[in-house]
Design a protein around this ligand. Sequence first.
Ligand code: NAG
Ligand code: NAG
Ligand code: NAG
Ligand code: NAG
Length: 370
Amino acid sequence: MHQDTAAAAFLRRNMVLQLMLLMFSLSSFPSVTAECPDKCTCVKSNVRCAYQELDRIPDLISPDTTDLDLRFNKIRDIEPKSLTHLTELKILDFINNIISDLKNGAFANLSKLQILYLDRNTIKSIETGVFNNLTTLEELWLGSNSIHTLDSEMFKGLTKLNTLYLSDNMIRNIPPGIFDSLTSLSILRLDKNPLTCDCDMLWFVNVLKKIRDDNWFHDRNWDATCHFPIKISGKSLVEITENDFQCASPDVIEVPENKTVSVGEQLQLSCKAVGNPAPSITWAKDDIDLELGQRVQVFQNNTLIISKVERTDGGQYKCVASNSLGQKSFEAMVKVNGLAENGSNTMFGVIPFFIIIIIFANCVLYNDIL
Ligand SMILES: *[C@@H]1O[C@H](CO)[C@@H](O)[C@H](O)[C@H]1NC(C)=O
Ligand SMILES: *[C@@H]1O[C@H](CO)[C@@H](O)[C@H](O)[C@H]1NC(C)=O
Ligand SMILES: *[C@@H]1O[C@H](CO)[C@@H](O)[C@H](O)[C@H]1NC(C)=O
Ligand SMILES: *[C@@H]1O[C@H](CO)[C@@H](O)[C@H](O)[C@H]1NC(C)=O
């Protein structure tokens, strides 16, 4: 009996405490439970707005939201400001909308995002930095869109990403190094893309082969097949070898020559290289990349022309030919003589200069003595 009343008193006290807590929580956070965007259902921190014909991301989404479902709507655009307050978001789902591009800043503040679904939209262009802040992202779904080109910096910093879906797009080339920072990647889907298996693709073929040999190549997880050229269309990327094309590292076939020019004259240095893929050529002077402009130009034929040579143009010039298989360089020395005309009267340019210095030095001395 005695114990019963004590227990009852304890229960009563406990209930009062809970009631007070409830009233406190109701009065201090009235807006959180009340706010739910029009046409959406909100349960705890989940906001569900699927199949609502929405043409834009709704306003008034609570900043506590962790799961936002916007599937099967008519959203065209992810405006940079519409999501930035949702810093708690973990899952964001845009499957089956009509988004056509992704602009920098769209996902700027989503530092806790783990899964981003963007499949079945009409995405054509993706600005390079748009995913860069998503350091906790684990899955990125971009399948069944119209993506043509990938940028080598596009997935930079996504160190937690383990799943990347790019199936069923219009991708032809995979830029070298694009997956380098994806250290957690275990599923990469590239099937149903018109991949061009030329020499530029060799680097990726080698990555795939390494993954297969390291024994973590699971069934279709890294599936990708060549679409072009036609003769190997349908062949899996891991099956192709260097022998399927005539790949060759650059070879310079016309080297720049050592030259002596005079101030004011034109300097021409030519450089021609062959290779497959066709090598690109850059010029450097004294091992620093040459700054091009009106006076210093490189033409389509890779010839370097300096229109009015100055004294400081003398030095070592290097032409560097590079492609995905390697690079080769050639050097030439350029000497610049003092004055134009015969190039033999350098001394005449220098002597008057010394005379002026001597006269000037004398004046200074003379003044000091006085
Ligand atoms: C990002 O979040 C911070 C803090 O949560 C906030 O101050 C800032 O305004 C947000 N940025 C944008 C663009 O909304
Ligand atoms: C990434 O986040 C930083 C701060 O956290 C912010 O200043 C920057 O604008 C964001 N960048 C992008 C591309 O969203
Ligand atoms: C150009 O000059 C450098 C050094 O001045 C020399 O080593 C090189 O053999 C020369 N090249 C040609 C093609 O004469
Ligand atoms: C390269 O093109 C420039 C400009 O068209 C021309 O002046 C030059 O003679 C060409 N050089 C060679 C080696 O073809």
